[in-house]
Design a protein around this ligand. Structure first.
Ligand SMILES: [Zn+2]
Length: 361
């Protein structure tokens, strides 16, 4: 199910096996919240070398509804994507105030962003929905509190998350991997408690949630390192919602295997281009007559076919093709970054690789 290929310091190269094949780690998953990686077709995403994507069970439950996806034969058939799909439970959506109406022991009361209807979303429903969607990896429902809350609030929230995890693991369906989610804010004691309780339940992997929500970066990295040390080595570790290139490498150093984030695609739609030498905004005046590619030496479809000047123009006049072209480049860049990081781990030179990358960021 998860195989560690090589460990270098605390960084790991591994292989996660799911119903839809193998995912080589470290791995970055583009986000397909509503069933698409924004602006791209599934074929285009596959062509970038993406091995796994993550969709959102709660959002798909609201629209188009589970029945439609079941009739299609599952989320893979519906999207025409035959590689690995993770589904997130929707717990993270609770942070968005316009969705969340309340949390109690039973579950979460949400307001639908589509039609304002009220829903009680329970851990059991969440597992049932993900089983019907037939995703490869299901995430249990968790309570993800804002990092600004005090110890007693985070502790209470964690007690709920642990209870929900217990109720969820018994509903594991055939062939689907189930990951628990470690919460506990920025409190080491609570993170330790979360890991100890969840490890007893023997999940197939562990998500680390509730980080990168605005807490200082050093705090985030400290908690991450601390938490990673507690998780059994043989289990895959998934840091949820972290996606800046440098943070990816720093987290790989701590022992993270899997990532997802909406940033590289969202930033692409807002003019930001990622490169090996840092990021830049394509709408800056100096690019208006720059006929070189987004990044010299990049082999992505965009860089092989289009210039900065053309993409600069498209973004200035709000043409969707511009968003697509930058999305393709940014995702390709991250796939390459993960591949090279993996190779560096295997060859025991990951720290040098990271330092070299860091110099330009
Ligand atoms: Zn490119």
């Amino acid at each position: 199910m998860f195989e560690i290929v090589h460990v270098s310091g605390t960084a790991r190269a591994g292989k996660l096996y799911t119903k839809h094949g193998k995912v080589e780690t470290p791995c970055f998953m583009p986000v397909a919240t509503k069933g698409s990686v924004k602006t791209l077709s599934s074929q285009e995403v596959a062509d970038l070398g993406v091995q796994a994507i993550i969709s959102n069970a709660f959002i798909l439950f609201l629209r188009p509804g589970v029945e439609v996806i079941e009739k299609a034969g599952g989320i893979h058939e519906f999207m025409n994507w035959n590689r690995t799909i993770f589904t997130d439970s929707g717990g993270f959506q609770m942070l968005k105030k316009d969705f969340l109406l309340g949390v109690n022991r039973k579950g979460v009361v949400f307001r639908s962003p589509f039609d304002n209807t009220k829903h009680l979303f329970t851990p059991e429903m969440c597992m049932e929905i993900q089983s019907s969607l037939k995703s490869d990896v299901a995430m249990v429902l968790d309570d993800c509190p804002p990092f600004t809350k005090e110890f007693s609030y985070i502790n209470e929230s964690l007690i709920r998350t642990i209870e929900w995890a217990k109720r969820s693991i018994t509903l594991r369906s055939n062939g689907q991997l189930v990951f628990g989610i470690i919460q506990g804010g920025t409190y080491p004691d609570l993170r330790r408690k979360a890991v100890e309780e969840l490890v007893i339940m023997d999940f197939d992997g562990y998500g680390i949630g509730g980080l990168s929500l605005g807490e200082p970066k050093e705090v985030m990295l400290d908690i991450l390192e601390y938490t990673c040390r507690l998780i059994p080595e043989e289990k895959p570790r998934y840091l949820m919602g972290v996606g800046s290139p440098l943070e990816l490498l720093e987290s790989i150093s701590s022992g993270i295997d899997i990532f997802d984030s909406a940033f590289p695609t969202r930033n692409a739609r807002h003019n930001t281009v990622y490169t090996w030498k840092g990021k830049y905004n394509i709408t800056r005046g100096k690019f208006s007559e720059d006929f070189s590619p987004l990044e010299e030496g990049c082999s992505c479809f965009t860089c092989k076919n289009y210039s900065r000047a053309y993409i600069h123009h498209l973004m200035k006049v709000y043409e969707t093709l511009g968003m697509r072209l930058i999305t393709i480049h940014n995702l390709y860049f991250l796939q390459q970054l993960m591949k090279e990081a993996r190779q560096a781990i295997i060859e025991d030179r990951f720290n040098d690789f990271k330092s070299e990358f860091q110099r330009y960021q």
